[in-house]
Ligand binder design. Structure first.
Ligand code: FMN
Length: 267
């Protein structure tokens, strides 16, 4: 039975999770959500199993994932799942948000949803873990994903996790995130360290960065994935003083070239 996995990622955690699940299945297609960003058509995948893998942002879904899900009709899939990756919490509210969007769209929500703890990458407010701490987190995530992949293979139907505290955090933080996210790139600056390599422009999943005069220019379609800050090879991109000298992060099992392909050829 064919499986299709749609993913969105900033720094590779969610793509690593998607790849890990795909590796334990038979025929599986891994499709970047970013490739659909300029397409308004409905999406009805022809697959027995279908899933969405993405990070948690402010206890909810990345804006691009929420609008993608609004165009998604999973009605013909036998089994629908989601895996959200997060740096510490908020997964249950993000899964419930996705379930609600899918139900509104096609009357068919998630059969199972899983939240996996991975290194946090919200560099605007904290430092990503490094060294042994990062490796321990990734090893634990790998074990979780192994178990989750087995449950997906067996099409295990599970009640979605629920956390009242997480629901409150989402209610307090997510609406502001959604209404401001595209313009949050106004905080981003580039220093004289920039070598004009264009990596940031190539890997931005929103296609939000152009090179102008050899420097990145942000066009206010930002998803706040923080990929440009984390993945700049010379750490030339900052968002205020707070990101200066802060540890950068990329999931070690995902290469820059894979991230650059995320925006892909449009389907
Ligand atoms: C804008 C933004 C908001 C985030 N909000 C949360 C959050 O509410 N809860 C949490 O545990 N992690 C949060 N994170 C951390 C990411 O969910 C986590 O690091 C995720 O695994 C990153 O996945 P990626 O590498 O696929 O982009 C946030 C990260 C960003 C960039």
């Amino acid at each position: 039975m064919k499986t299709i996995i749609y993913y969105f990622t900033g720094t590779g955690n969610s793509l690593a999770a998607a790849k890990k699940i795909a590796a334990s299945h038979g025929e599986t297609e891994i499709v970047p959500i970013a490739a659909f960003r300029n397409i308004t058509d409905e999406i009805s995948p022809d697959a027995g199993r279908a899933g969405i893998v993405c990070p948690v942002y402010f206890a909810g879904l990345p804006a691009m994932v929420a609008s993608f899900a609004e165009r998604l009709d999973f009605a013909s899939a036998n089994y629908v799942f989601s895996v959200v990756t997060h740096g510490g919490g908020g997964g249950s509210a993000a899964l419930r948000q996705l379930d609600g969007i899918l139900k509104d769209k096609a009357g068919r929500g998630l059969d199972a949803g899983f939240a996996v703890s991975m290194p946090g990458n919200y560099i605007l407010t904290y430092e990503s873990p490094a060294g042994e701490k990062r490796d321990r987190l990734l090893a634990a995530a790998d074990a979780d994903l192994e178990r989750i992949a087995g449950q997906i293979r067996q099409e295990t139907r599970l009640k979605l996790p629920n956390s009242p505290v997480t629901r409150i955090v989402k209610a307090l933080t997510y609406p502001r995130f959604r209404s401001h996210v595209h313009g949050d790139d106004r905080k981003f600056t580039v220093t004289e360290k920039c070598t004009s390599c264009g990596t940031c422009a190539r890997l931005c999943p929103a296609g939000n960065i152009e090179m102008g005069g050899g420097r990145p220019v942000w066009n206010h379609r930002c998803e706040l994935c923080c990929g440009c800050i984390h993945l700049c090879p010379v750490e030339a991109i900052q968002a205020g003083k707070g990101t200066e000298g802060r540890q950068r992060y990329r999931n070690p099992s995902v290469g820059i070239a894979e991230l650059e392909r995320q925006r892909g050829a449009e389907p």
